[in-house]
Design a protein around this ligand. Structure first.
Ligand code: GDP
Length: 451
């Protein structure tokens, strides 16, 4: 459900506005353990469309910082969680420096900020409207929460925004189903990318539906598989087409990078008979840097210890790859023989599972409970003479949810981000991965603090 956050400095009338919008039926959202005050949220009663109104006032107070710092923290939280921000100012006080620092903070989220000029009860208010307009969020909507003035216009404005969001979501969904899943097949020369592409395209369950398109870096091959639309981004295809020798792949890493960027998911092909090389690691690092979902495809499995039993060999291969590509721990892997067109179905089973699981985006309440619990079990160590890292609030960023495989960013609000050690971040990432089964998708954090 769309979330509408009310942001503003203390005493501008955020609570009054909140009460008007929700018809005073206040529900407290218990999603902030360890925080002095719970975030207040309730379903909107005034709008035609269903949405949740959130009053951010007070969240920032958990920081023992100054006044201005509190409200900018609230604005940060609103920016990463809300679909629309009602930025409330006070017509009787006029423009203040805190308003200005809030405006500064929210400029990068300008598209989703609606300026509300509250306490616009009398003609004098008109005089300050111009001052507010200079903040760069338009003239603002004059209302009086106390007297119920301008509430219909406010409801209409919210409805307009929500309708726009809905349209965006529908367009994105339509685009995803039209283009299908974009799968990049990447790996070092001779790993078997071409063979895997061929194995997929020649598989019984695949119908190559249209003519392939060529980009500078790859050949895009659209096809259908079990009723689902997919596109293979075939980086090896360019080499085949231009009859370039495979050893002269001068631009291959640049090409791989651009293909990875365009993909919804990457199939990283490793020649398991040769083992993981420096070049494999380099490509794997690109996948991580682009935060892309990934499946590691151990190819040429037919050549790997041909006389052992399959499951024992698989374990051994897994251990080697896991060790060499430890930073890609989120990627599941599949052993295939592209040349013999063996186990191609397994690759798609993984892709389907990853895609399904990725739709479960972790709720803010669940995330905070898990992280607070993890921090209690194994508290971060404070270095001598330093403060201990404190997690104030965590949330899942809402951007980019409308792709075929959404990759969430977990936003952590901490007292001081310099106190968050990389190993501790890794620990938290592992806990998230253990608790929420979203294989193939990287767990990434965005850490915010005042320092
Ligand atoms: P690319 O450069 O990554 O596209 O690699 P190719 O698909 O051209 O494969 C390189 C070489 O490995 C070719 O000689 C393939 O026949 C061979 N190859 C690919 N997959 C397999 C496999 O699963 N098993 C075996 N034994 N050889 C394979």
């Amino acid at each position: 459900m769309p979330e509408i956050a009310i942001v503003g400095r203390p005493n501008v009338g955020k609570s009054a506005l909140f009460n008007r919008l929700v018809g005073r039926r206040i529900a407290i959202v218990h999603d902030m353990p360890g925080v002095t005050r719970d975030r207040i949220a309730a379903p909107s009663q005034l709008t035609k469309t269903a949405c949740t109104i959130v009053d951010t006032g007070g969240i920032g107070a958990m920081l023992d910082d100054g006044f201005g710092a509190q409200v900018t923290t609230e604005a940060d939280i609103a920016m990463s969680t809300a679909d629309l921000i009602l930025f409330v100012v006070d017509a009787q006080d006029g423009l203040t420096t805190i308003d200005q620092s809030l405006a500064q903070r929210m400029r990068k989220a300008k598209g989703k900020v609606q300026l509300i000029v509250n306490k616009a009860d009398n003609a004098e208010a008109d005089a300050v409207i111009g001052d507010f307009a200079r903040m760069g969020f338009g003239a603002g909507l004059p209302v009086s929460a106390a007297h119920g003035k301008g509430m219909q216009q406010l409801a209409d404005t919210i409805d307009g925004h929500v309708a726009h969001l809905e349209q965006e979501r529908e367009d994105a969904e339509e685009k995803v189903s039209r283009e299908g899943l974009k799968i990049a097949i990447i790996g070092r020369p001779n790993a078997g990318k071409s063979s895997l592409t061929n194995a997929i395209l020649k598989d019984d369950r695949t119908i190559v539906s249209e003519v392939a398109g060529t980009t500078r870096d790859s050949i895009d091959i659209p096809y259908e598989r079990l009723g689902e639309q997919h596109t293979i981004i075939d980086t090896a295809g360019i080499r085949r087409r231009t009859k370039m020798d495979s050893s002269v792949e001068v631009f291959s890493s640049m090409r791989a990078e651009r293909s990875i960027r365009r993909a919804d998911i990457c199939l990283l092909v490793i020649d398991v008979a040769a083992g993981v090389t420096a070049q494999d690691r380099k490509i794997a690092r690109m996948v991580l840097a682009e935060k892309k979902p990934c499946v590691i495809v151990l190819n040429k499995f037919d050549l790997y210890h041909p006389d052992g039993n399959r499951s024992a060999r698989l374990e051994e291969a897994e251990e080697h790859v896991r060790k060499e590509l430890f930073f890609l721990a989120y990627a599941p892997f599949v052993a295939v023989s592209a040349k013999n067109r063996q186990s191609v179905g397994l690759v798609f089973e993984q892709i389907t599972y990853i895609r399904k699981q990725a739709q479960n985006v972790i709720g803010t309440g669940q995330l905070n409970r898990l992280l607070q619990d993890s921090m209690q079990k194994y508290p971060p160590q404070a270095k001598k003479g330093q403060k201990r890292m404190k997690l104030l609030y965590a949330t899942t960023a809402v951007n980019d949810h409308y792709t075929a495989i959404p990759v969430p960013t977990y936003v952590l609000f901490v007292n001081d981000k310099r106190l968050l050690a990389e190993s501790y971040e890794q620990y938290l990432a592992n806990r998230i991965r253990e608790h929420f089964d979203t294989p193939g998708v990287p767990v990434t954090f965005s850490v915010r603090s005042r320092n």
